[in-house]
Ligand binder design. Structure first.
Ligand SMILES: Cc1cc2nc3c(=O)[nH]c(=O)nc-3n(C[C@H](O)[C@H](O)[C@H](O)COP(=O)(O)O)c2cc1C
Length: 340
C-alpha cells in the first residue's frame, strides 16, 4: 500500500475534506491570479497601454448612450451633455491614432442625429455643430462622413416585426443538437463568414461587440488545437472548420465588467451555433474550461492577440444523411423558472 493510501486510511474523514478543500484552493488561486493579471494588463481599465480596442470601446460606450437616449419614447431635449463631452474627447483620441474609421464615423452620425433632435426641439446647437466641423476638418466633411455611417435611432413599425415573425422558431431551436458525427464535407471561409455575419446581431454590453472569431480549415494546426482542447476526440477530425471564439478584453473598461467577456462571448457563440444550424451545418461547442497552463499552450499553438480571452471552441461540419445525437434531456421547467 502506498504511503498516500496509508495516511488516507489512518486519518478521519474530516481531515480528508480539509485536505481536499486546501488542494482545491491551491489550484484555484493561481488561476484567479492569472485571470486577474490578464484583466489588469489587457482590459480597457489599463489606460497606460494605449490599446486600440480600448479607444474604440470608449467611443462606442459614449455614442451608444446618446443612441439609447434618442430611442426613448420622449427624449429630454438637451439630454446627455456630459456624455457628449466625453464622446468628443474619446473621438479626438481615437481619430488621432486611427483616423476617420468606424466607430468614430458612427459617433459622428449619432451626434448629427442628436443635433437634429435638439434643433427640432428648439435648442441652439451652433456650438456643437462647430465642434464637429472642427474635429472633421470642415462641416462638409463631417456631414459627408456622417451620412456614410449608420447610427442613431431607427424607427420601427410593429407591423414590420409581425411580418417577420417566424412561426416555427421553437421547432427550429429544438432541432439544434450538438453534432458529433460530421460527414467530412467542406465548410468554406464564405460559409464561416456568412454565419459570423448573422451572429453579429447578438446583443452586447453597450454594443461593444468584443467577440472575435479565429477560423481554421482542416490542417495539422486544426488537429493540434483540437488536441489541446481535448473534447472532440473521435469526431473533430471530420469537422470542416474549427472556430476559436474569443473576446477582446480591451473592450471592457470597468472592474464590474470583469466577467463580461464570457457573457457577451457566450451569447455570441449561441448565435453562431444557430446561424450554422440555419445554414444546414452541424456544430459542437467545445469547452475552454481550462487552467492557465492550457491557455499558455494554446497561445503558442496559434497566433492569438495577447488581450483576447478565449471563450470556447466550436467544431463545424457537414451533416451525414442520418446520425445519432445525445438526447441531452432538459430539466423540468419548474427547476429553473421562478416567478416572484
Ligand atoms: C460551452 C460549452 C462547451 C461544451 N464542450 C463540449 C466538449 O468539449 N465536447 C463535447 O462533445 N460537447 C461539448 N459541449 C456540448 C454539450 O455537451 C451540449 O451542448 C449539451 O449536452 C446539450 O446538448 P445539445 O447541444 O445537443 O442540446 C459543450 C457545450 C457548451 C455550451
Amino acid at each position: 500500500m502506498s504511503l498516500k493510501k496509508l495516511v488516507w486510511r489512518l486519518t478521519p474523514p474530516l481531515t480528508h475534506r480539509l485536505i481536499r478543500d486546501v488542494h482545491f484552493v491551491l489550484k484555484l488561486l493561481p488561476n484567479y491570479a492569472y485571470d486577474f493579471r490578464r484583466f489588469l494588463l489587457y482590459s480597457g481599465i489599463n489606460k497606460s497601454r494605449g490599446l486600440a480596442g480600448e479607444h474604440a470601446a470608449q467611443v462606442v460606450l459614449a455614442y451608444h448612450q446618446i443612441e439609447k437616449g434618442l430611442s426613448y419614447a420622449e427624449p429630454r431635449p438637451g439630454f446627455g451633455k456630459e456624455v457628449v463631452e466625453r464622446l468628443l474627447r474619446a473621438m479626438g483620441r481615437f481619430v488621432a491614432l486611427h483616423g476617420w474609421v468606424a466607430p468614430a464615423t458612427v459617433a459622428l452620425r449619432v451626434l448629427y442625429e442628436y443635433v437634429a433632435f435638439n434643433e427640432a426641439a428648439g435648442l441652439d446647437m451652433t456650438a456643437l455643430r462647430a465642434r464637429l466641423a472642427e474635429l472633421a476638418g470642415s462641416a462638409e466633411q463631417a456631414q459627408a462622413m456622417a451620412e456614410c455611417a449608420s447610427g442613431g435611432a431607427l424607427p420601427v413599425r410593429r407591423s414590420e416585426l409581425e411580418a417577420r415573425r417566424v412561426e416555427g422558431f421553437a421547432d427550429f431551436f429544438a432541432s439544434r443538437h450538438s453534432v458529433r458525427q460530421f460527414a467530412g464535407g467542406a465548410v468554406t471561409p464564405a460559409d464561416v463568414a456568412a454565419a459570423v455575419a448573422i451572429a453579429q446581431k447578438t446583443p452586447s454590453v453597450c454594443n461593444r461587440q468584443a467577440w472575435r472569431v479565429h477560423a481554421f480549415q482542416p490542417s495539422d494546426q486544426m488537429q493540434q488545437l483540437m488536441a489541446i482542447q481535448g473534447g472532440s476526440r473521435g469526431f473533430g477530425e471530420r469537422a470542416g472548420a474549427l472556430l476559436v471564439v474569443t473576446c477582446d478584453l480591451a473592450c471592457f473598461v470597468e472592474a464590474g465588467e470583469r466577467y463580461q467577456a464570457w457573457i457577451d462571448g457566450g451569447m455570441f457563440s449561441m448565435s453562431l451555433c444557430l446561424a450554422f444550424h440555419s445554414m444546414g451545418f452541424g456544430t459542437c461547442c467545445l469547452a475552454w474550461s481550462k487552467e492557465r497552463q492550457a491557455d499558455k499552450a494554446l497561445r503558442t499553438a496559434m497566433p492569438l492577440p495577447v488581450g483576447e480571452q478565449v471563450i470556447m471552441f466550436m467544431a463545424v461540419g457537414t451533416l451525414p444523411e442520418s446520425f445519432n445525437v445525445a438526447v441531452s434531456t432538459r430539466r423540468a421547467l419548474g427547476d429553473m423558472l421562478t416567478f416572484h
